[in-house]
Write a protein that binds this ligand. Sequence first.
Ligand code: SAM
Length: 294
Amino acid sequence: MSILSYPDRGPWGKSSWRGNCSGYIYKDLFERLKPKTFVDPMVGSGTSVEVAQEMGIESYGLDLHQGFNILRHSILERVGKPVDMVLSHPPYGGMIVYSGEVWGDTAHPDDLSRCVDDEDFHTKLQLALMNQREATRPGGYYGTIIGDLRKDGRYCSYQAEALARMPSSELVAVLIKAQHNTLSERKSYGRMALPFINHEFVLLWERKNMAMFSFLKTVANQAQARLTGTWRNVVKQCLMGLGGTANLARLYSEVESKCDKAAANPHWKEKVRQVLNTQPAHFKPVERGVWTLA
Ligand SMILES: C[S@@+](CC[C@H](N)C(=O)[O-])C[C@H]1O[C@@H](n2cnc3c(N)ncnc32)[C@H](O)[C@@H]1O
C-alpha cells in the first residue's frame, strides 16, 4: 500500500511537540526496509529513534535544538560511519516555527522553519538531503517526510522541488502519508473550492555508488534535459500555430510574439535554430530555411 494512514501516533516521542509524526509511519518503513542502523537528523521529540530502539535498530537522533545543524555539520562525521537509512522530517513553509518558539529563546538563522522564502528553503533542503545521502551506505535509503502548502492562493510543492533537485536515478518511492489531527484541518477557508491539504509525502532514494561529481552531473543533466525539452515544446507549439510548416523568419516572429522566454534569453534565435537542427525526431527541413514537424 503506497498510502500510509495512521490516525493514532502511538506511545513514541511527544504528542505535545508541534509537527510531530506518528511513530507508526517509522514502524511501517522500518518493517519494509529493515535497516540495522538509522539516523534522524531532525529528530524533534524523538519519535523515530524511540521506535527504532524498540525494534532493536541502532539509531541516532540529531537536531538543531541539541546543537546539530544539518546545514553546517556532516551527519557522517557526527555518527562516525555510513548507515542503512537516514530519514528526515523537516519543517516547511514556516507553518510551525521552531527556534525561539517551540524550543530556545532566540531565532536560529539556519532553522529550516525560518527560511526567508521558498527558494531559500528549496536550496537548503537540497543541502540537507545531500548531507543525508553522504551518510547513507551504498544500497541504503535516504529520504524525507514533507508536505506541500497553499498560501496566499498559491500552491507550493516542496516535494516536487526536492524530487527535481535530487538524482532521479536514485528515487525508489513516493508514498502518501495521510495527516491526522492537524490544526489546518480544523480551520475554515470560507470560499475556497479546493480541498485542504491533508497529506504529506515520504520521499525515498536508494543511494548508489556515485561520487559527488557524478551526482552533480546527474542533477545538472536532469535540469538541462528539462530546459531542452521545454525549448523543443515552445518551438513545436509555435510551428503548430503556423500550420506545422514555416520558414525561419515566420517562426522567429511567432516565437517572439508568443513567448516570454524569447524576451528573457538574448540568445533565443540561436536556441530556436539549435532545437531545429539537433532534434530530427521532432523537426525536418522541407527546403533551405523551411521547417516542418516530423
Ligand atoms: C517537524 S520537526 C520533527 C518532528 C519529529 N518527526 C517528531 O515526531 O517529533 C522538525 C525538526 O527539525 C529541526 N530543524 C530545523 N532546522 C534544522 C537544522 N538546520 N538542522 C537540524 N535540525 C533542524 C527542528 O528543530 C525540529 O525539531
